[in-house]
Design a binder for this molecule. Sequence first.
Ligand code: MN
Length: 732
Amino acid sequence: MSVAEEIEKREILNAYKGLLRSVKTRSKEDTKLIRKAFDVSLDAHKDMRRKSGEPYIFHPIAVARICAEEIGLGTTSVICALLHDTVEDTYLKLEDIEAMFGKKVATVIDGLTKISGVIDHTESIQAENFRKILLTLSEDIRVILIKLADRLHNMRTLVSMKREKQLKIASETLFLYAPLAHRLGLYNIKTELEDLSLKFQDPETYEEISTKLKKTQAVRSRFIRTFSSPIKRALDELGFKYEIKGRPKSTFSIYNKIKTKHVPFEEIYDLFAIRIVLDVEPQKEKAECWRVYSVVTDFYQPNPDRLRDWISMPKSNGYESLHTTVMSPSGKWVEVQIRSKRMDEIAEKGLAAHWKYKESNNYENNLENWITKIREVLENPDPNALEFIDDFKLNLFAEEIVVFTPKGEIKSLPAGATSLDFAFEIHTKVGAQCIGAKVNGKLVPLSHELKSGDQVEIITSNKQKPKEEWLKYVVTGKAKSKIKSVLKDEKRIIAADGKEKLEKKLESMKAENNHQNLREIMNYYKYNSEIDLLHDIALDLVNLDKLNKFNVEKGKLKHPQTIINSNRDFEKLLKERGKTEEMLVIGEDMDQFDYKLSPCCNPIPGDEVFGFITIHDGIKIHKTSCPNAVELMSNYAYRIVKARWTGQQKIAFLAGIKITGLDGVGIVNKITQIISSELNVNMRSISFDSNDGVFEGNIMVYVHDTNHLTSLLQKLKSVNGVISVIRIDHHS
Ligand code: MN
């Protein structure tokens, strides 16, 4: 072994020893297992090096250490973290892991390998992948915690990666991991992830803010000293055991403020919270926190609108604290956070820290609730992936409200939730039969938006049934998916009548009731779904008499093809069919002429268009500005027919949008938010590419007409950082 190898080996062992020391409570058996995992991982990764050149094993050791030290996880997680990359990157198989470490460890490693498959090896996070990640999350929460530790270490060592890779990883971190860390209450990790993301996405701004923060450190310290000295004196006199900390805002949160509130650094650098952490027995913590509140407000005038009591009612990520904002002598508002040591540790390290304090049970319940909610949404048999992202994001990012049942039970809901959401939160049946609610004793409709503190009583009737428009009244994923599934069942029942009607019709025509004929009929009436067609037949929305013009050959339906070869043929046909207008009316003449919107220019209502009679494929509608139009018109004038859009359009049309801009923090998020909050706009696909700080996004949306599209383009243009927004013709 060379000297260099000797040194490397010693460094690896040192890193391992550091890890072992960070696992605070462990039995002899635990130590043995951790050692075994270390040896297995060391051997499996022995020929691998990281981009930085160091032996790969440093990475799993570091991840394991983050799990133990910064998240407070135990032996199982440390073992899993040590092994987290083995199945994906080395000769080891899941069966090997299971044989050596048992089923539990194998399950977690399997989850980690799968997540890595969906996130790390795809170009951009797609909705469907997002869903998979969360499905895995619901199996074992350790999977997500270890993945967060993995991501944190990768972010800390991101400097050795290529620029494009850095940008991809940093934006993903901001989009997915930081919110997850936040939701799980891992405050420190969330802050570090955000700061590191900013550092790589916008290095200049990051440098600028952190340099200014360092320079102004002394001013802040002086302020904290003066501000807290009278409080300290009083607390000492009263015999409190406490610590006062002044924590400046993170680089990222300052950056965010500068950007969203458009204020200079100088106006916000001294925004920070003073935190008073009490060393107190759990039974007394609430009362003691309020005593301290009373001391603080003896010296400083509180803002009555800014009192937050998260001790009596913890946030659903487990956060407990008492916040007040008071006026300092220099005329600045200062937030004061009062909490016990236990609460402080949970606030910074999240759920794992809580396991140490078993006597209080609120937190685990809340976390369980959250996971259960996600599971409910995921279990919806037919979730539309994009809608799911919206639902999830809503539940993830939105502030929550807390409301009460008539018996005083607490329910937390996302802000914007209505009485109908609440009804579904209570029980699916209560939701399905809800006819109204009483909020604080007053009668309100289903769509009534709830506020924190409301007491809600649901009024039901067994005659009530969920309706289509209910989907507009609810915001929770749970209520949405339940309503949809009831509506779908109902549609099926109605469709059964339609099926019978159609069968009779086919019988009378001597046509067979088979799949092929059904296809033909669906094509003719332009339906994509069988259920929809049968449903509409049942309600007489489909005129079955039109089938009479079909020929039947040996039980097979045949559409009577009229050959149209020129605009003269077409005009003749128009007259035959009693049309007064000499043009094709798109949207009205659907069942009479065979026409399609051309995919080359992808026209939408409002566009100026013409029809082109093709030889085999009916009439194709092009925009007059289509790049192919000049050639078609000049060479085949006799095949051109006039066309216009019908006045009423209920159909949505697919249009492409291309956005370029500066790759700022959260910009993708903002863009998708605008699109999904626009009424009636649905995204079909979205992809973003980023290169050297400039991103390019392609989005396909469903819109009604050009006006609709133009207003969407305008809104997107106004997003900070967006350089251009244009409509594109081709489906990418
Ligand atoms: Mn890793």
